[in-house]
Design a protein around this ligand. Structure first.
Ligand code: GLC
Length: 504
């Protein structure tokens, strides 16, 4: 693989707790992941991104990191992580880990020291008086400690924010990057990347943050081919692409595409905007349909309102899952055909729906508790994967997965789908294989096939047509290489994508 592998890579997101459980304790782990590497190889991905795997009290699913240089014992050991990296590399799969620089854990050595020693507080945000900021998970963003001071946490109280005006914090994270790059990790996904700096009145996208990423980029470049990926949620695309200037991050997640409704004009607008804002900085766009924070596409696309919005997440709004499934298939082929890199969140390739009927007492996401139940939180997209068999735990591991799986997932196991040529799993496999063979680098040109249709041709000659209109449409000339659903008498039915190669 070349040094620019990441520009067009298909990256599979592993939410380790819910991927596969190797030791039977109900929680996914490195042993489970290592055993399933052949599955990921067959799927046809280029890289794995793992959510945080560090020691953590799990107040926010591991995004409360107690030690950035070790592995959470429930997941395995550092030695096992090293084996995993080596095994992935043998299969020609790159490894990307999550780095969480905005905040730490109240269980970290630095924070514990800060609690008992007032002179050790400058690495965090301690103040005598809180301001009126609210936590992103709900409730106040400040918590008082026994001696009367308050510390800032933009997320849960267990996640104290670092003070990036303190040089020690810079040194620490630069050392952490080197630690993992030395272990062979190929890249890092940077959590909450735009929030690091705070002023008296603001905490989003302050200009100083860019210096951090310039320093990180120099480190990544020293290693040659390591990459930095930003989690940057910003409404302003121009501000967003500043993070992607040639001496900063390599890529960042495209949340506009992820949140976009199933609507031809909106999708076209978002795709065009993405391409035009990325071009001047020379960074490849990314195409993301889901992740561990958002509603699963099958459920979202089956609703009357198909956009993703944080807040209530439209939880419980009626969803026609058959329609959602059809659209999720069409969306997958659309995303795969666009120029840039692609993210696949575990379970997306199985067409899993959001689990919306989890018993409240089992919900673990702090969003749920901190909003007093107003926000159901993100547990519904984090339910352990169904691998095989007729009943829960569907081959996930021990008898009691940390969140219960619906009985109806018997039809959605990887095993059941393997045997079914028309399954979502086989659509992803074939799509990912053809994407490698047929797409290559390069741009796209739109084809004018009507208002309800998104159609473009890539410079390699591949044509992608998605019908978002109400009725079937005639196919343009070409040889069909893959379709997300059956044709209707040779026409392309609604909510279906087809890939064609030109006839010349
Ligand atoms: C990011 C993560 C999310 C986490 C939050 C705080 O948005 O994706 O899961 O809760 O940061 O770390």
């Amino acid at each position: 693989m070349s040094h620019t592998w990441w520009r067009g890579a298909a990256i599979y997101q592993v939410y380790l707790r819910s991927f596969a459980d190797g030791n039977g304790d109900g929680v996914g782990d490195l042993a489970g992941l290592r055993a399933r590497l052949p599955y990921l190889k067959d799927l046809g991905i280029d890289a794995i991104w793992l959510n945080p795997w560090y020691p953590s009290p799990m107040a926010d699913g591991g995004y409360d990191v107690a030690d950035y240089r070790d592995i959470e014992p429930v997941f395995g050991t550092l030695a096992e992580a090293e084996k995993f990296i080596a095994e992935a590399h043998e299969l020609d799969i790159k490894v990307i880990i999550d780095v969480v620089p905005n905040h730490s854990s109240t269980a970290s050595a630095w924070f514990r020291r800060a609690l008992t020693d007032r002179t050790a507080r400058d690495r965090f945000w301690f103040r005598d008086e809180p301001n009126d900021w609210q936590s992103i998970f709900g409730g106040p963003a400040w918590t008082q400690v026994p001696d009367g001071q308050w510390y800032l946490h933009l997320f849960a109280p267990e996640q104290p924010d670092f003070n990036w005006a303190n040089e020690e914090v810079h040194q620490e994270f630069e050392d952490v990057l080197r630690f993992w790059f030395d272990k062979g990790v190929d890249g890092v996904r940077i959590d909450s990347a735009a929030l690091l700096f705070k002023s008296a009145t603001a905490y989003e996208d302050l200009d100083e943050v860019h210096d951090v990423y310039r320093r990180w980029r120099r480190i990544a470049d020293e290693y040659g081919d390591r990459i930095l990926i930003g989690e940057v949620w910003l409404p302003d695309q121009e501000r967003f692409t500043r993070y992607l200037r040639p001496d900063e991050l390599h890529t960042a997640f495209n949340f506009d595409f992820l949140s976009c409704p199933w609507d031809p004009a909106e999708l076209r607008r978002v795709i065009d905007l993405t391409l035009t804002t990325h071009a001047p900085v020379g960074a490849p766009p990314t195409w993301v349909l889901s992740n561990h924070d958002v509603t699963r596409p099958v459920t979202r696309y089956g609703r009357a309102d198909t956009a993703f919005a944080h807040g209530g997440r439209l939880h419980g709004a009626p969803s026609d899952l058959e329609l959602g499934y059809r659209r999720a298939r069409a969306a997958a082929l659309l995303a795969m055909a666009l120029p840039g890199s692609l993210y696949v969140y575990q379970g997306e390739e199985l067409g899993l729906p959001e689990v919306e009927d989890l018993p409240d007492e089992l919900r673990q996401d702090p969003m749920y508790a901190r909003s007093q139940g107003a926000n159901p939180g993100r547990d519904g997209c984090r339910v352990p994967l169904p691998w095989a068999g007729e009943e829960p735990p569907f081959g996930f591991g021990g008898p009691h997965p940390w969140l219960p799986q619906p009985e109806s997932w018997r039809k959605l196991t990887a095993e059941a789908q393997q045997a079914d040529l028309g399954s979502m799993l086989n659509l992803y496999r074939t799509g990912l294989r053809l994407r490698r063979e047929l797409l290559g680098d390069g741009s796209l040109s739109w084809l004018p096939l009507g208002d309800g249709v998104l159609a473009f041709i890539r410079s390699s000659g591949l044509i992608c047509v998605t019908n978002l209109g109400p009725g079937p449409i005639p196919l343009p000339p070409g040889r069909t290489v893959l379709a997300s659903g059956p044709m209707a008498d040779g026409d392309l039915p609604p909510d279906t994508t087809v890939w064609l190669t030109s006839l010349e």
